[in-house]
Design a protein around this ligand. Structure first.
Ligand code: PMP
Ligand code: GLN
Length: 380
């Protein structure tokens, strides 16, 4: 039979694998990143009301205008960047669809895309499906800093895009002012686009700044910026996000978006447009998650794990060299089954499976869940 696969080397995403194992063995699931507590009751009331008010048919293709207006307001207020809701903001089915659509819109066969690894796992398959080539650069623990001299060496006349992700999943690092300067110098006078995955934009700790691409004109004019309401409002199951991009790029983005999903669910867009008016709904997130980070780190300090730094996102990574020399995939499976705590082995985010003996735990959980997990991990 003819070979069907366009992605012969791609398996099932590690998030499904580890969550399925956690469910099967009844482990505490700190693997896939999602909260185990509910979103604000007011948000649920707003969705219910929107449904009762009859907002149950197709939204406009780019998303509901009041929601796009709220996003424009928030982006200008936080980053000083003006995006036109009509032509530069598109509501998507989560960050995932925005990322896929942007790659689909921009990448032609034989284009090269620079990806920093460990990398969130949806980037590479989309690039490959478009006939592009992933030029990956491996970053290393403990600080996973980008070596911009090495990035320069990866640039060729076929480089079409650089993918950035700050705050970063899975390493919890962020881009700093120096990185932005290097990036600006690198892309200046070159025809290179940026896909900036900023889904953890509000989960940033210790008073540090989120350096959105929206803040820097040289970068903004060539960037697709992706955000997710799943992260913002503890509603990962609603699958709502958006993409900001200059008008010419958004026009190409929407050519794909209109045939990929046309538009995304209406009542939640109505609700979020109203809920966003209260700025406290997202400005308090950093404090909430910083408390959870500190609480979880304090707990983990009682285990034999070595904690890696965590500047943003809702993940804490640890190294386990002092505990075992097993492969991270084997170790993650074993502690799920034997100790009842599921995590993500970080080698899953390296195309070559590079294993630094690092596991990622999600701390977007109730205090009692974190307590139980630590209690079990102490036994390791
Ligand atoms: N990018 C990163 C770095 C993520 O961690 C995630 C998952 N939350 C996404 C994109 C996808 O976001 P969404 O769940 O809104 O599709
Ligand atoms: N973003 C989430 C994580 O990193 C998972 C999303 C998914 O399951 N696709 O854990």
């Amino acid at each position: 039979m003819m070979s069907l696969s366009k992605l012969p080397h791609t398996g099932t995403t590690i998030f499904s694998v580890m969550s399925a194992l956690a469910n099967e063995v009844g482990a505490i699931n700190l693997s896939q990143g999602f909260p185990d507590y509910d979103c604000a009751p007011q948000l649920i009331d707003l969705v219910t009301q929107a449904m009762k008010d009859g907002h149950n048919q197709y939204a406009p293709m780019p998303g509901l205008l009041p929601l796009r207006e709220q996003i424009a307001y928030k982006t200008e207020k936080l980053h000083g960047a003006v995006y036109n809701p009509d032509t530069e903001i598109t509501i998507t089915a989560g960050g995932t669809q925005a990322i896929f659509t942007a790659i689909c819109a921009a990448i032609h066969p034989n284009d090269e895309v620079i990806v920093f690894e460990p990398a969130y796992d949806c980037y590479a398959p989309a690039i490959k499906l478009m006939g592009g080539t992933v030029k990956s650069m491996e970053l290393e623990p403990p600080d996973y800093r980008i070596n911009w001299e090495m990035v320069k060496r990866l640039i060729s006349n076929r480089t079409r895009m650089i993918i950035l992700n700050s705050p970063h999943n899975p390493t919890s690092t962020i881009l700093h002012e120096e990185d932005i300067k290097e990036l600006e110098a690198l892309v200046k006078n070159r025809d290179i686009l940026i896909l900036s995955d900023e889904v953890y934009e509000h989960l940033i700790f210790d008073g540090q700044t989120h350096h959105s691409m929206a803040r820097y004109p040289e970068l903004q004019q060539r960037s697709f910026i992706v955000s997710s309401f799943g992260k913002l409002f503890h509603t990962t199951g609603w699958k709502l996000g958006y993409c900001l991009a200059p008008a010419a790029m958004t026009a190409e983005f929407r050519k794909i978006h209109q045939y990929m999903v046309f538009s995304v669910n209406t009542p939640m867009q109505v609700a979020i447009a109203q809920y966003l008016k209260n700025e406290e709904s997202y400005l308090g997130l950093a404090e909430l998650f910083q408390q959870k980070r500190d609480y979880f780190r304090k707990g983990l300090a009682q285990t034999r794990f070595e904690l890696l730094p965590c500047s943003g996102s809702y993940f804490q990574s640890v190294q386990y060299n002092g505990i075992s020399d097993e492969k991270d995939t084997d170790f993650a499976m074993r502690i799920t089954k034997e100790f009842g705590v599921a995590s993500i082995p970080v080698s899953a985010f390296y195309s070559k499976g590079t294993d630094h003996h690092v596991l990622r735990f999600c701390f977007a959980k109730k205090q009692e869940t974190l307590d139980k997990a630590v209690e079990r991990l102490i036994k390791l």
